[in-house]
Design a protein around this ligand. Structure first.
Ligand SMILES: [Zn+2]
Length: 147
């Protein structure tokens, strides 16, 4: 058992070392992965197999980018993507965080969790106070929420 664990740790550090010199899952890759996933799911629903091909191709492009060693080129591509889609990516991250905090709020009996819209800081507020004016401790933005 101990030996297996040791091997897993070794494998993980190996992977980490290998991936640190590769592009990995940057924002552009996340986007390509999402689009290919949508294509494949859509194809399953409307039975259009040409869409699977497009989705598959996008998936291959994504894999090639993930394991690419030409970091400079990949960084350039990602920077180009972020230049035009940066705000969308940020908005998406914000909503993802909000959803996470909503789930956390549901499971917490005492506190409600909110995400600051300006800086992304997570703010914890005691539950059961109805409407509260929340001030973000990081950037001092205030927003009104129902707890
Ligand atoms: Zn803030």
């Amino acid at each position: 058992m101990g030996l297996l664990k040791k091997y897993i740790v070794m494998f993980r550090t190996d992977m980490k070392n290998a991936m640190s010199r590769r592009c990995g899952l940057d924002e552009l890759n996340c986007f390509i992965l999402l689009v290919s996933f949508i294509y494949i799911v859509a194809a399953l629903f409307i039975h259009k197999w040409s869409l699977v091909l497009i989705g598959g191709l996008l998936f291959i492009v994504c894999c090639l980018r993930i394991f690419s060693k030409k970091m400079e080129q990949r960084l350039k591509e990602n920077a180009f993507y972020m230049k035009y889609m940066g705000s969308v990516v940020e908005a998406f991250r914000y909503w993802k965080r909000c959803l996470k905090m909503m789930i956390k709020t549901k499971s917490d009996a005492e506190y409600a969790y909110f995400v600051c819209k300006t800086c992304g800081q997570i703010v914890r507020v005691p539950k059961g106070r109805n409407k509260v004016n929340i001030r973000c401790p990081k950037c001092n933005t205030t927003f009104i929420k129902r707890t």
